[in-house]
Ligand binder design. Sequence first.
Ligand code: DQA
Length: 147
Amino acid sequence: LSILVLHGPNLNLLGMREPLIYGSVSLNDINELLLEAGKILGVKVSSFQSNHEGALIDAIHHALGKHQGILINAGAYTHTSIAIRDALSAVKVPTVEVHLSNIYQRESFRHHSYIAPIAIGQISGFGAQSYRLGLHALVDYLTKAPD
Ligand code: DQA
């Protein structure tokens, strides 16, 4: 199995960006954590970050036939981008949505996700571990028979 991890805008600044909310872990640390978790699970993990909506959409299109699952933290695009949601719906690659912070504890404009209704599920609020938990959930979904 090959999993595509997508990081949206401003996540390149992790570590120095609002550490009280997002923690002190860098994006590199998260990508390494995911590579390690992928090794344990026996899946290939490729990560891509962009601050540009269109670049994220292109990456979703290119996932077709190449990756069996997508793990996405779309950052603020979570709350604004119908286009990213439509791209995920178009390619139909099973997707898990993750957030470092618990978006439901924060400003009301973060409570709505355009991605959540078309994702398998969402993991929010566990810091960098949200990604590891999300990867496990996605691989579980892809490898286990439905109950
Ligand atoms: C975030 C939450 C979003 O509301 C915010 O815009 C981000 C990060 C998170 O991981 O907690 O950029 O997706």
